[in-house]
Design a protein around this ligand. Structure first.
Ligand code: UDP
Length: 309
């Protein structure tokens, strides 16, 4: 039986990853300090004898007694509203947390999977973004705490790979949505769904012409697992290449939720990327991976979950 540590195991993506690994007969240790994660995300896993939760801030030295085959470093605030409120913790978990998790993987001779982000591309000057694009990031802007922490994390993972021969993988995660997203995390999908379900105005920032490409959580988890099992060490984009304007998303959610909400336009946040769309050629070719869940289907499932939770 393989054992995996998932930092950020009580977060949105982390908790889905824990559940998936358990279904693949892994022993799973979830670690979280719950600053943005939530115990309710892993309540359904706690009865499983192969699951263990450790409350710990991974920016501090990590102790795990068990043998580990995989370290998935998924701990970090990830919503712009969250990381702008706690930029120092965000920088620490991306730098010190990444270092601690890498050191642990090295000591345990485990494979290491870093959750990186499309934010390493900043406000991209080419669209879609391939892995070979170096990005357009404002280091001192309000998103810099997240973007630069993840860019540093990628650089550190590659250094451990080159110097210590650690088997590291980097997944650049594009916008992902689904059940277990935090209702008040401030992101477009939870905001729009909550607003639509309450028939309150849907808050569109700027003119809503900025684009995003939203991937359903089960597709992302499938891709992360394939990457973890692969021999690839460089970064791999994962996301759904279907690109829409935020206005289109707002309208789609309003329609699927059968809502009477009006649209309300609010100022565009500083440094909000104008476009974002993953070039997933590498994942397609190397991992035979592509997303399967259509936007309408994924959003309907997510709306149902928000209705009942
Ligand atoms: N957005 C919006 N209304 C909201 C929340 C977000 O129009 O209530 C916009 C935001 O300005 C951005 C896009 O939706 O252009 C996606 O934002 P989100 O916070 O979900 O994540 P990001 O992709 O910016 O990291």
């Amino acid at each position: 039986m393989k054992t995996a540590l998932v930092t950020g195991g009580a977060g949105f993506i982390g908790s889905h990853l824990c559940e998936f690994l358990l279904s693949r007969k892994f022993q799973v240790i979830a670690m979280d300090n719950l600053i943005t994660g939530e115990m309710s995300n892993i309540d359904n896993l706690r009865g499983n004898s192969n699951f263990k939760y450790i409350h710990h801030d991974v920016s501090k030295h990590i102790v795990v007694n068990e043998h580990l085959d995989f370290v998935f470093h998924f701990a970090s605030p990830a919503s712009p509203v969250d990381y702008q409120k706690i930029p120092i913790q965000t920088l620490k978990v991306g730098s010190l947390g990444t270092h601690n998790a890498l050191g642990l993987a090295l000591a345990k001779k485990a494979k290491y999977i870093l959750a990186s982000t499309s934010e390493v591309y900043g406000d991209p000057l080419i669209n879609p973004q391939p892995e070979s694009y170096w990005g357009n990031v404002n280091p001192v802007g309000i998103r810099g705490c997240y973007d630069e922490a993840k860019r540093f994390a990628e650089a550190l993972a590659m250094a451990y790979h080159r110097i210590h021969r650690l088997d590291t993988k980097i997944v650049r995660i594009f916008n992902t949505y689904g059940p277990k997203m935090r209702k008040n995390d401030g992101r477009a999908v939870p905001n729009f769904i909550n607003q639509a379900l309450k028939n309150e105005p849907i808050t569109v920032y700027g003119n809503g012409k900025q684009t995003r490409s939203f991937c359903y959580i089960s597709d992302l988890i499938d891709g992360i697992y394939k990457l973890a099992m692969s021999t690839i060490n460089g970064p791999v984009n994962m996301g759904n290449p279907e690109e829409h304007t935020i206005l289109e998303f707002a309208e789609k959610i309003r329609e699927l939720a059968k809502s009477k909400s009006k649209l309300e336009f609010k100022p565009l946040p500083i440094d909000d990327p104008h476009v974002r769309c993953p070039d997933i050629s590498k994942a397609r070719k190397a991992l035979n991976w592509k997303p399967k869940i259509e936007l309408g289907e994924g959003l309907s499932k997510t709306i149902e979950w928000f209705k009942h939770n």
